[in-house]
Design a protein around this ligand. Structure first.
Ligand SMILES: Nc1ncnc2c1ncn2[C@@H]1O[C@H](COP(=O)(O)OP(=O)(O)O)[C@@H](O)[C@H]1O
Ligand SMILES: [Mg+2]
Length: 370
């Protein structure tokens, strides 16, 4: 059998008030791209931090290339840490570039200090990497002069320059403006294409599905379910996985009243659309529908006496490449675009695949497909 690059055996990590990792076991082989998904607080970061010895596990062992790096009796701690750091790169949400050094200096430092490369070699390799990610013209800039997406690409280049055997990513796009997520994911995608072994904690589900060889769904202190992207996203075996995966595909909002934060909701819609990789046109159409239906039609009417709030469910079907927005509201029968002469209704009809209004038992449902 092929030897694992990393074996994690019965790993446990306790903090004073919480035990995020109860019993985690996993084998990671060369060339695997593993996305780690799960609700927040389920120990995803803790797992990565234990693997690269930023945290000391409470129990269990981690074997890297045949060396038990958690064995306290073996060698001095510093040499164990060095071994791990030599083999693993880590990319954080917050970039961690040195602010007072230029981009190329950031990329050269580790190569010179830890790999013993000459400054010329480190520079040449750094420039080569910057060119492949479109940042060669930023080599002499300082991190502050770069956008978030550019900083993260530079941070990835710095990690790759160290020639690690595996790269661990902890939510590499979570701190980024939505418009910059794509450029960072495409750099990671390219690394996957080159056969780099990677473990990626991410909330970008479409990306995780496309790029990964395996998915770890973390919950209840363990790798709750482990499978191919198809298995985890389409045929999850266990209940909690099913609930999590299902929620990712829908956006549910209830009790919408005239006071709700409409702008925050617009951002939420954009993020949902982006995670499902809807086209810019579809995202725009969803936002327009939300604005017209809620702000122009339903909420003004709600002010005139409709008591209960409005509920909105947005769901995306990948097979049909279609987003469905489902509004539910009380009161009398009311079709938001029922009038023939309604200009915004005509515009929205032109952008959508279809709409339908129903009224039964004092409850309106208005469904629109985009
Ligand atoms: N250094 C720490 N000290 C105490 N508790 C911590 C520490 N780091 C993480 N935790 C707790 O451990 C749990 C898991 O955290 P984390 O691994 O960051 O989750 P995730 O990355 O899945 O969101 C959380 O309840 C968190 O508050
Ligand atoms: Mg985390």
């Amino acid at each position: 059998m092929e030897m694992s690059m990393i074996s994690i055996r019965n790993l446990r990590k306790e903090y004073a008030n919480v035990t995020p990792l109860r019993r985690v076991s996993a084998e990671i082989k060369k060339g695997e791209v593993i996305s780690v998904i799960g609700p927040s607080g389920t120990g995803k970061s803790t797992l990565l931090r234990c693997i690269n010895l930023l945290e000391t596990p409470t129990q269990g062992e981690i074997v890297v290339d045949g060396v038990t790096v958690t064995d306290r009796k073996r060698g001095d701690p510093k040499s164990r840490v060095n071994l791990v750091r030599r083999k693993m790169g880590m990319v954080f949400q917050s970039f961690n570039l040195f602010a007072h050094k230029t981009i190329i200096e950031n990329i050269m430092m580790g190569q010179v200090d830890l790999l013993g490369r000459s400054r010329q070699e480190a520079y040449d390799r750094g420039m080569e990497l910057l060119r492949t990610i479109g940042l060669a013209d930023k080599a002499l800039a300082y991190p502050d002069e770069l956008s978030g997406g550019q900083k993260q690409r530079a941070a990835i280049a710095r990690t790759v320059a160290m020639e690690p055997e595996i790269i661990l990513f902890d939510e590499p796009t979570s701190a980024l403006d939505p418009t910059m997520v794509g450029e960072v994911l495409s750099v990671i995608r390219r690394l996957a294409g080159q056969g780099m072994t990677m473990m990626i904690v991410t909330h970008e589900m479409k990306f995780a599905r496309d790029v990964s060889t395996r998915i770890f769904y973390m919950d209840e202190g363990e790798i709750y379910e482990d499978g191919t992207p198809e298995q985890i996203f389409e045929h999850p075996k266990r209940e909690r996985t099913r609930i999590f995966v299902r929620q990712l595909k829908v956006l549910h909002l209830e009790g919408i009243s005239p006071d709700f934060d409409f702008l925050a909701f617009m951002t939420q819609l954009e993020e949902f659309g982006r995670k499902q990789q809807l086209s810019q046109r579809q995202i725009y159409a969803m936002q327009l529908v939300a604005e017209e239906v809620l702000m122009q039609k339903l909420l003004p009417a709600a002010e005139k006496g409709r008591k209960r709030g409005i509920t909105l469910d947005v769901e995306y079907s990948e097979q049909e490449n279609q987003a469905q927005m489902r509004f539910a509201y009380g009161g009398t029968s009311f079709h938001p675009f029922g009038r023939e002469d309604d200009l915004s209704g005509r515009m929205i009809k032109g952008m959508c695949k279809g709409m339908e209004h129903k009224f039964a038992d004092g409850e309106n449902t208005f469904v629109i497909n985009i």
